[in-house]
Design a protein around this ligand. Structure first.
Ligand SMILES: [Mg+2]
Length: 211
């Protein structure tokens, strides 16, 4: 989930076919919003607290570009995301269930890699250190690209073969090279829109990594 992404497809697919695999902890990297971070919860809470907008649930956010599915002024959406971009700790953005324990476990076996479209590195670095703990975060590789496209080159540079992302367009782009296996983290905005392998929880990620 994020703002400023107007591309969408109406194509509907059947349930993706999942393949059993074993992923080495050193071979997998992660997007942050919608994968590690429960950006939806924070977004809905800030809309309510800061702008008095209520009645929106996570199930209502069925587009990556939230302006496409919520009847809210774009300025309000941008203001809400600005709070999450500039100070996610103050915004009390939370990790998704299981993310912290699985990442801490993976981080003990290999350095973690996070690649985000966020334009500001420092605030999200502070947030990751805050939720994962300094010890886990200090050896991590964090790339803030400032763009939704072009993750493949960073993934290759980091020597990864697997990448977990909630934006299915990103995963489709990653798959085309053949050397990266994308895993779509299931969210309402990607359900039924792709045929790629998906994961719907951190427990599934832990199982794929045989933790
Ligand atoms: Mg994301």
């Amino acid at each position: 989930m994020f703002v400023k992404d107007v591309r969408r497809t109406e194509q509907k697919y059947r349930k993706p076919r999942n393949i059993i695999m074993r992923i080495e902890p050193s071979a997998i990297g992660f997007d942050i919003d919608g994968v590690v971070a429960d950006t939806t919860e924070a977004f809905i809470r800030i809309l309510n607290k800061k702008y008095g907008i209520s009645g929106i649930t996570a199930a209502d956010i069925v587009e990556f570009d939230v302006c496409q599915c919520l009847n809210i002024e774009p300025e309000i959406v941008e203001g809400t995301f600005a709070a999450l971009l500039t100070d996610p700790i103050a915004a009390e953005m939370r990790p998704l269930p299981g993310a912290v324990s699985v990442l801490q476990c993976l981080g003990r076996q290999a350095p973690l890699t996070f690649i985000t479209a966020r334009p500001l590195r420092r605030p999200i670095a502070d947030w990751l250190s805050h939720v994962l703990g300094r010890e886990t975060f200090q050896n991590s590789n964090l790339i803030a690209m400032g763009d939704h496209d072009g993750k493949a080159s960073h993934i290759r540079k980091a020597g990864l073969n697997y990448f977990v992302d909630d934006r299915y367009e990103t995963c489709v782009e990653l798959e085309t090279g053949g050397d990266i296996t994308p895993l779509v983290f299931t969210q309402p905005w990607n359900k039924g829109r792709h045929q790629l392998q998906s994961v719907s929880s951190w427990l599934e990620i832990a199982q794929l990594c045989h933790l």
